[in-house]
Design a protein around this ligand. Structure first.
Ligand code: NAD
Length: 344
């Protein structure tokens, strides 16, 4: 059921899309469009079942509303998930997905997310113009991941400053979980600034590359969250901070790219009680959204770049407010976002 689903947050519209000829089964969740059309990426993933896909779409789309509001973009929040189908012809499936997006008439705008690329966006664009993150060769501004990594770095600097009264990364130990598009780009930025990297990924070749290029120390995916570090940066999938892992953390700051890092209610308070400063995920991982928003809405590249850098100041504001009030940082971010959306 959708209406009594624990992650249903009065979403405006949840659309189930099927095109058997193209092998498409997808869910588009439009959470809120009060601030503007709902922009949010399309995830292509092997879900255990339909229920897991629905949960992901509901949670991710709500996060996008909050992310757009905190980034002060004239956009609402939405997200889509495509249930991976090994039998489908990929370009045809994404084009069929574009047809489903087109039927929403611009209320939902799609872009990349986990498991999708600029090539997939090109296929979608054959059916709709409501797509962003299109390759530069086709008139777009390309993959948003580097902008996400830069925004995460800016958020991390704000958290370091708030925690240690110094934002230097020189010699700081940063544990990066997930070396995909964002995680690897983040490692690059951290390495350039003198950080000591500890890394884990289920893909061995990515780990080997980080060891080779950045002198990173590799650990198993089971322990990356628990290694002694100044910062733990979750850059894989969501729900990594739960009742089991939070007590195992050995870091001062959590600042990473993954969406929905908090597995359930109360985890933000558990982090606060342990003295771990958590930089809210949707606050610091907005760089990619800002970039695709700039492409879709047509504001200048320099303006988008400026907004990505400003993630640092926004993060400082949220963290300092939380520390002053003695409440979890995620609570302050949620409060601010809801007020801006008008869902206070
Ligand atoms: P990606 O698919 O390129 O990378 C994810 C990486 O995590 C892969 O290398 C994968 O092998 C690894 N991984 C998966 N399970 C793992 C595990 N259990 N332990 C360690 N590593 C594991 O995805 P991405 O685009 O880099 O996005 C990473 C996260 O950031 C996602 O949660 C995504 O929603 C979020 N995010 C991405 C963007 C963006 O611009 N790409 C923007 C905002 C948020």
């Amino acid at each position: 059921m959708v209406f009594d689903h624990t992650d249903f947050d009065q979403h405006e519209q949840v659309v189930f899309c099927a095109n058997p000829m193209a092998g498409l089964a997808a869910i588009i969740a439009v959470h809120d469009t009060h601030r503007g059309p709902a922009l949010g990426g399309c995830r292509h993933w092997h879900y255990t079942d339909d229920a897991a896909a629905l949960t992901d779409a509901l949670r991710l789309s709500r996060g996008m509303s909050y992310k757009a509001a905190l980034a002060d973009l004239p956009l609402g929040g939405g997200k889509s998930v495509i249930l991976a189908n090994p039998a489908a012809e990929r370009a045809r499936m994404f084009e069929a997905f574009g047809e489903a997006v087109e039927r929403l008439g611009g209320r939902y705008i799609t872009a990349e997310d986990v498991g999708t690329t600029t090539t997939d966006m090109s296929a979608i664009r054959r059916a709709t113009r409501h797509v962003s993150g299109v390759a530069a060769s086709e008139g777009g501004r390309g993959d948003p991941s580097p902008a996400t990594a830069l925004g995460v770095l800016r958020g991390m600097l704000a958290a370091l400053e708030a925690r240690f009264d110094s934002d230097t990364l020189q010699g700081r130990r940063v544990a990066v979980q997930g070396l995909g598009s964002v995680g690897f780009a983040l490692c690059h930025l951290l390495h350039e600034r003198g950080a000591r990297l500890i890394v884990a990924d289920i893909a061995a070749e990515r780990v080997e590359r980080a060891v080779r290029e950045f002198g990173a120390v590799a650990v198993s995916v089971d322990v990356i969250h628990a290694v002694e570090a100044d910062v733990f940066a979750p850059c894989a999938l969501g729900a990594v901070l739960d009742a089991v892992r939070v007590p195992q953390l050995a870091c001062a700051v959590v600042a990473g790219a993954a969406n929905n890092q908090l597995a359930h209610d109360g985890i933000d308070e558990a982090l606060r009680a342990r003295g771990v400063l958590y930089a809210p995920d949707y606050l610091i991982n907005a760089g990619g959204l800002i970039k695709v928003a700039g492409e879709y809405l047509g504001f200048p590249v320099e303006e988008a770049d400026r907004r990505v850098l400003a993630i640092r100041e926004r993060t400082t504001e949220v963290l300092l407010t939380a520390l002053r009030e003695g409440v979890p940082t995620a609570q302050v971010a949620d409060r601010l976002a809801r007020a801006r959306i008008g869902r206070a």
